[in-house]
Design a protein around this ligand. Sequence first.
Ligand code: NAP
Length: 252
Amino acid sequence: MSSSLSLENKVALVTGGSRGIGRAIALEFAARGAAVVVNYNKSPEAAEKVVEQIQSAGGKAAAFQADVADFKQAEALVKFALETFGGLDILVNNAGITRDQLIMLMPEADWDAVIDTNLKSTFNCSKAAVKHMMRKRTGRIISVASVAGQMGNPGQTNYSASKGGQIAFTKALAREVAARNITVNAIAPGFVDTEILSDMSPETLEAALKLVPLGRKGKPEEIAFAAAFFASDEAAYITGQVLGVDGGMAMM
Ligand code: NAP
């Protein structure tokens, strides 16, 4: 076996592939040879730009709008991947939002929005993808969780619960589908330089970075490389794991 982490002849679906970490994963996978479905919800232009960037480098990609918090839209998204590229080898559950607030002030709607977008979406897309992967007896499911799901963050009960839920979901599903040669893993990023951090004040971010032994924010590309590793043939014997890509923040 070569050790190139090639994704040649694979079809990948990246939820929230229009911006940030998902965009970096879509570009990394395409550069390694995968055909990529770039899912977006509210940013059609950004998603089309990712597709154009992949295509102009000679790769295959297509964008598809779906709110992955919605079961039927997630099903339609997976169907689109199967019909457009003739299969689905790799699912990346990346779409996510924050609605930070202390619990005393957190509206119920913000709890629901974060749990639905980050955690229910993971169930929605994985259920649809697993149906196909079980038949093919192979597959990769990768969820982009967070250190918040391992350590907990004040002001993020909703987000931490959604990410902790993704991690537990990963372990349970990994045991369920291992016999069909499907691996299920999670990545737990720390602070990564994307728009999701724009809600944090500079003071909060500066204080947060003091908790990072490597002393800086991560780059989206550094998360994308971890995703490419889990997606690769070389990672065939790894399942149910959580890889921290967090500058050493959470040493579990
Ligand atoms: P981002 O730059 O804000 O991008 C979020 C992406 O999710 C966008 O592509 C967005 O698409 C998509 N999205 C949001 N709601 C969606 C929905 N209902 N359906 C489909 N797509 C949806 O955030 P990011 O930093 O790249 O975050 C990506 C993932 O990494 C998230 O799960 C996040 O929790 C996790 N993470 C991030 C950090 C960090 O510091 N950046 C740390 C740990 C974990 P549209 O714009 O098209 O709506």
